[in-house]
Design a protein around this ligand. Structure first.
Ligand code: ADP
Ligand code: MG
Length: 342
């Protein structure tokens, strides 16, 4: 075969393989876009586990009519401009791939109205070359993205979708993880027209525990050991479940780096090691922990799904997490022991 440039849709479908695994990954990308746009209210509507419909409506800053076409193009982003930006990423997105990828494997429509624009406009991409059509629409300030019939044109991927219930469970889990990272934003989630979750925005940090209780359970939060420690540019805060509440699965392991949800080996190792004196080797601790550090100290551009990070000083970060958690647990448990002893 002669060398040829791939048609736009095909190139985007290939890229979609990395970020659009299932409905939950679409939901994650779209909510992250809403958060990057400064939304304080995000409504998520799902039908048939997301295979039929995923709709995310936000009250963020919107996309100007002239930029709708770009928003749907690959490698188009408003979030970074140069290598310096890439090395200190503050936004959740930056690859400029999600919308282009999703619209190559589903019927995506983007409707938006920035506050300063009088009318709303709607855009969608069609055909092999993903030519974008833009037409007038009605919409309040903010953006709605509707994704219909995910994987309708990629049967091999559609076949991998699990039952409606399983796919919805994954979506619910994505929302739990994000809702824990953004107490200041209100989220609602419906499935087939029924309200399933409603997390109201919390302004006062003293009330954060309420949302943690909704997501991780009352028992978790009532007995949790709180952590809050700053040292030499690192800040770790959050909640560790009492070691007695160890679990057979890692289903309540929520860790964040600069507000981004993570499944990072180094972080998890530090935390598990801190718990190791009190819980069996084959079980998992439960925790909600936030690590904040200078954006320049961490590289998030390791994997398209952005679940992993690379710390410039990995060992130092690991030991910090271990020490802070270990000491917090030690202190809480010895206080408890002395109470029992009295
Ligand atoms: P990335 O998030 O990596 O920049 P995306 O493909 O997810 O790439 O989005 C492309 C661009 O579209 C974003 O950079 C942003 O400018 C715009 N955009 C996407 N979703 C929204 C939204 N909900 N509100 C405002 N702008 C959005
Ligand atoms: Mg994005």
């Amino acid at each position: 075969m002669a060398i040829e440039i791939l048609p736009a849709r095909l190139a985007n479908q290939i890229a979609a393989g990395e970020v659009v695994e299932r409905p939950a990954s679409v939901v994650k990308e779209l909510i992250e876009n809403s958060l990057d746009a400064g939304a304080t209210k995000i409504a998520i509507d799902i039908e048939k586990g997301g295979a039929k419909l995923i709709r995310i409506a936000d009250n963020g800053k919107g996309i100007a009519k002239d930029e709708l076409t770009l928003a749907l193009s690959r490698h188009a982003t408003s979030k970074i401009k140069d290598l310096d930006d890439l090395e200190a990423i503050a936004s959740l997105g930056f690859r400029g791939e999600a919308l282009a990828s999703i619209s190559s494997v589903a019927r995506l429509t983007l409707t938006s109205k920035p506050a300063e624009q009088e009318n709303a406009w709607q855009a969608f991409a069609t055909g092999r070359d993903m030519a974008v059509t833009v037409q007038p629409a009605a919409h309040p300030n903010g953006t709605t993205i509707e994704v219909n019939d995910l994987f309708f044109n990629t049967p091999a991927r559609r076949k991998f979708l699990r039952t409606e219930k399983t796919e919805f469970t994954h979506i619910d889990e994505v929302l739990r993880r994000i809702a824990l990272a953004r107490f200041d934003v209100s989220f609602s989630l419906t499935h087939n027209g029924k309200i399933i979750r409603q997390y109201r925005a919390i302004k006062n940090s003293a009330q954060y525990a309420k949302r943690v209780g909704m997501i991780c359970g009352q028992k978790f939060i009532e007995q949790a050991v709180t952590v809050d420690c700053q040292h030499d540019g690192l800040h770790l805060w959050g909640w560790l479940a009492h070691p007695e509440q160890h679990r057979s699965q890692n289903d309540l392991c929520y860790s964040y780096v600069n507000g981004r949800m993570m499944r990072d080996k180094l972080i998890n190792h530090g935390i598990r090691q801190a718990f190791s004196d009190w819980i069996p080797n084959d079980s998992y601790p439960a925790f909600v922990l936030f690590l904040n550090l200078d954006h320049k100290e961490v590289d998030v551009n390791v994997h398209p799904a952005k679940h992993e990070v690379r710390f410039h000083q990995g060992r130092y970060v690991h030991d910090f997490i271990y020490t802070v958690c270990q000491q917090a647990l030690q202190q809480a448990l010895s206080q408890q022991a002395s109470l029992v002893g009295d």
